[in-house]
Design a protein around this ligand. Structure first.
Ligand code: M6R
Length: 610
């Protein structure tokens, strides 16, 4: 949510910051801005909408500077207009700040600053920071110290970058609850909220932790805590490549990410499936394995698509491990005084590893004594670092706002965890071998499903004008119904609901008429006959049925208006397959409506505000 990029060195900062912001645009795209030193002062350029508008504007102005900071915004306080865009400056324009997060006590700070004579131009919480730092600067504190003292007055969350004409040889950055890192270069340094924005310049990064800040010069940097203690930071080597964060010839990131699922799934399971012994190896869980086997309860906590993975994981855990498992929305968990203790193990699922509610829930569960395990995609992310142990899903960078390949990789990792623990709880070698060998086929099976892209595009053409959709599934595939509905609504703006198929009779069936497409996830499993009855109930009311069925189903074509076939696999692995057609269906419907699937309105890739 919002992106920050800054540069200090000998080059022109403009292309570095603009290119970096483009890579962060998935985090927010309401407005964008850049500020840089210019003729002894600071020039600030801000625009509504995309970074490309900013690029054009900066080009028109012919700006060039060796130090600058930029921002792409997802509005929290104040509508998306130029005044509310970042950077925000002090009244004499000698200090600017870009900010991700929320300053909760900004009304109080604003009132105090107004009394000191500061005037405000925007409706944002961020503008108070510019004036607050200015007030300390004007009281005689050096730049870094002024920012540090200002931050001590602040309640809320922030990742910030600040520059001041008073000390133009540095960028000051700080972090609390919103990611911020330093990219370490040769004779140049970078600051960013996300490594993807600077990976083309350096692979060496220093992640700031909450309560840490830094002054970043062109050839060195200095880190401290906001309590004024020196802190030595480790330099991490990031593995992400530029190719991974480009579209690779696809028209959109979303299609690229859907289509690369055979590879992303291979990466998720690589080296983890032990064919001979019918077992699984997950290095990140080795030190907590015994603990996991004897916990009284599992909790799985997440938001959005990751929460849907959690629901699938609950079925996996309860079926194979017989350990009671509760799934929680992170935002609800943290505010309801949860009953959690040392007998619990809590899994925190997050693609980004930065979702504010999930991170806060993790801190709360940790405080209450639970064993906390992160299941993240972004290596080195806050949730990954804050957890006691964890498993990376290794899906590779996911840029499209609608999560696709991260979802299937999360499902794969939870299936791995299930087999790992089940083998230690008595699952036979033969059963382990059978599951592992079926699992190993999944990436290529997914490739086969993806080859039905044209068929699914044809179905999308027929359904693109519908205004409501129902998605129905049972058991392992009920969360897939929720996920299919979420995919459709977030990128096509069509209202869609997911339900357990049998629950349909208790209300949603009232919505069904000849205009209502109903997507059934109907593999031949234990509840197949019941699902067929549900399909007949919809047909009796003239609803249009789209069935995701298994290839061994010979009767479904007579019942459904459209059917998409997937190969047969074990139930625990089935959601990895059944979701693929739903991703493609949502994608094609949105594209046919002419919408921007990578950056749907009002959304941001990682929600780092509460
Ligand atoms: O990064 P996270 O997995 O923590 O993100 C959670 C949700 O914000 C995310 O899944 C969101 O629902 C996506 N837009 C779904 O496509």
């Amino acid at each position: 949510m919002c992106g920050i990029v800054g540069y200090i060195g000998d080059k022109n900062c403009v292309p570095v910051v603009i290119d970096g912001l483009k890579r962060l645009e998935y985090r927010g795209y309401d407005s964008a801005g850049i500020g840089m030193f210019n003729n002894g002062g600071i020039s600030v350029t801000k625009v509504i909408g995309k970074v490309e508008n900013l690029q054009q504007e900066v080009k028109n102005q012919g700006l060039d500077s060796t130090t600058g900071i930029g921002h792409t915004r997802w509005a929290t306080h104040g509508e998306p207009n130029v005044l509310n865009a970042h950077p925000h400056s002090n009244n004499d324009g000698t200090l600017i700040v870009v900010h991700n997060g929320i300053i909760e006590n900004y009304p109080t700070l604003k009132a105090g600053l107004k009394k000191l004579g500061y005037t405000f131009k925007s409706a944002t919480d961020t503008e108070v920071l510019a004036h607050l730092f200015d007030a300390y600067l004007k009281s005689g504190y050096p730049f870094f110290e002024a920012v540090r003292r200002g931050l001590k007055d602040v309640e809320g969350t922030y990742g910030i970058a600040v520059i001041s004409t008073k000390e133009p040889d540095r960028i000051v950055v700080a972090k609390k609850g919103s990611p911020l890192l330093i990219g370490v270069g040769e004779g140049e340094n970078f600051v960013a909220s996300d490594a993807a924005s600077i990976v083309q310049h350096t692979k060496k990064v220093v992640y700031l932790e909450d309560g840490e800040m830094a002054e970043v010069f062109k050839d060195h940097y200095h880190t401290k805590t906001t309590d004024d203690e020196e802190v030595n930071k480790e330099v991490h080597q990031i593995e992400m490549t530029l190719e991974e964060i480009d579209k690779g010839g696809y028209p959109t990131f979303m299609l690229k990410e859907i289509m690369e699922q055979p590879e992303s799934l291979k990466n998720s399971i690589r080296g983890r499936l032990l064919q001979e012994t019918g077992d699984v190896k997950l290095g990140g869980l080795e030190n907590v394995l015994d603990h996991l086997l004897y916990v009284k309860r599992f909790l799985i906590i997440a938001c959005g698509t990751s929460w849907h993975s959690a629901l699938v994981a609950k079925s996996m855990f309860e079926t194979y491990l017989r350990i009671p498992t509760e799934v929680e929305y992170a935002s609800e968990f943290r505010y309801r005084n949860p009953i959690v203790g040392p007998g619990d193990a809590a899994f925190f699922i997050s693609q980004s590893g930065e979702t504010a509610d999930t991170l806060a829930a993790l801190k709360e569960a940790k405080r209450l004594g639970a064993l906390c395990i992160g299941v993240c995609n972004v290596v080195g992310s806050s949730i990954a670092r804050e957890s006691h142990s964890g498993v990376y899903i290794h899906a590779g960078p996911e840029i499209g706002v609608a999560s696709t390949k991260a979802f299937t990789a999360q499902l794969a990792v939870f299936a791995l965890i299930t087999i790992l623990l089940a083998r230690r709880k008595g699952m036979s070698v033969e059963e382990g071998q059978s599951l592992v060998s079926e699992f190993a086929k999944i990436p290529e099976t997914v490739r086969g499903i993806l080859s039905q892209n044209d068929l699914i595009e044809g179905i999308a053409e027929k359904l693109k004008n519908a205004t409501n959709f129902l998605y129905l599934g049972r058991g392992y595939n009920f969360p897939v119904a929720l996920e299919g509905a979420l995919k459709l609504k977030e990128i096509s703006y069509i209202h869609a609901e997911g339900y357990p198929a049998a629950e349909m009779k208790h209300g949603p069936i009232a919505l069904v008429d000849e205009n209502m497409p109903v997507v059934f996830i109907a593999p031949k499993d234990a509840t197949y006959d019941k699902i067929i009855s549900n399909i007949q109930e919809i047909k009796a009311r003239k609803g249009k049925v789209i069935a995701i069925a298994t290839s061994d189903d010979e009767n479904i074509d007579q019942l459904a208006d459209y059917s998409i076939k997937i190969p047969v696999t074990r139930s625990i692995l089935m959601p990895i397959l059944t979701v693929i057609p739903l991703q493609l269906l949502a994608y094609h419907i949105a594209m046919k409506k002419g919408l921007n699937v990578d950056q749907p309105r009002n959304l941001a890739k990682s929600v780092t505000v509460e």
